[in-house]
Write a protein that binds this ligand. Structure first.
Ligand code: GAR
Length: 230
């Protein structure tokens, strides 16, 4: 199978986009980043795309009266670039149920918490005020409900005694940069599918594609793309 044409949708800094671009430089990485779409013209991720020589477009949500028109404009860009898979990477717009249905099981999102805990915003502040011992990130298939959908990969980090939201955010972001390339690779190879009880890895039925030790194991199996630095 050829490399799966992938678009990355962003709204901001794009460090997860960078992790995906870096991973996709490996010749055996199973996805190619063919397009970057930002809903914000000032997103630094656009510069990252330019440096990586990946086409980037701005589809500014403020230019559209209705969400369907905004999404139609994005989908037109995806169609023109012949995109098969989509990664939301800090894309801060909610996609409609219709969009989610048309792209079902072909859109991934990364969220800075261990879902289903802390959906929505201010994840790190809420985790700290609850006094949790671990936090992390989740890559999941997108469904119309906010920050919900079958979990593909989770990365876990400890919450340390002197953490504030910014320190925790940085620690989680580091593990995001390892999880997202791994998750996209798993999806792009067709090795995983969404079953009744969540994501199934046909090579390892019954095992969850979650938690940090698993990252190490998968990285050992796939040294060229399993453990890219952020
Ligand atoms: C990341 O922490 C990502 O998990 C989060 O936004 C940040 C984007 O950073 N996404 C969400 O909160 C979506 N619900 P980046 O632009 O540097 O990749």
């Amino acid at each position: 199978m050829g490399r799966r044409a992938t678009a990355v949708l962003i709204s901001g800094s794009g460090t997860n986009l960078q992790a995906l671009l870096d991973a996709a430089r490996a010749p055996d990485y199973p996805a190619a980043i063919r397009l970057v779409v930002s809903n914000r013209p000032d997103a630094f991720g656009l510069e990252r795309a330019r440096r990586a020589k990946v086409p980037a477009v701005v589809v500014d949500h403020r230019a559209f009266a209705a969400r369907e028109d905004f999404e139609a404009a994005i989908e037109e860009e995806l169609r023109l670039a012949e995109v098969e898979l989509v990664c939301l990477a800090g894309f801060m717009r909610i996609l409609s149920a219709e969009f989610c249905a048309r792209w079902r099981d072909r859109v991934l999102n990364i969220h800075p918490s261990l879902l289903p805990a802390y959906r929505g915003l201010r994840t790190h502040e809420r985790a700290l005020s609850d006094g949790v011992a671990v936090s992390g990130c989740t890559v999941h298939f997108v469904r119309p409900e906010l920050d919900a959908g079958p979990v593909l990969v989770q990365g876990v980090v400890p919450v340390l005694p002197d953490d504030d939201a910014e320190r925790l955010r940085r620690r989680v972001l580091e593990v995001e940069h390892r999880c997202y390339p791994l998750a996209l690779a798993l999806q792009a190879t067709g090795r995983v599918r969404v079953g009744d009880g969540g994501v199934v890895d046909d090579a390892r039925p019954g095992e969850r594609l979650v938690l940090h030790p698993l990252l190490a194991r998968l990285a050992a199996n796939s040294p060229s793309f399993g453990n890219e630095p952020g």
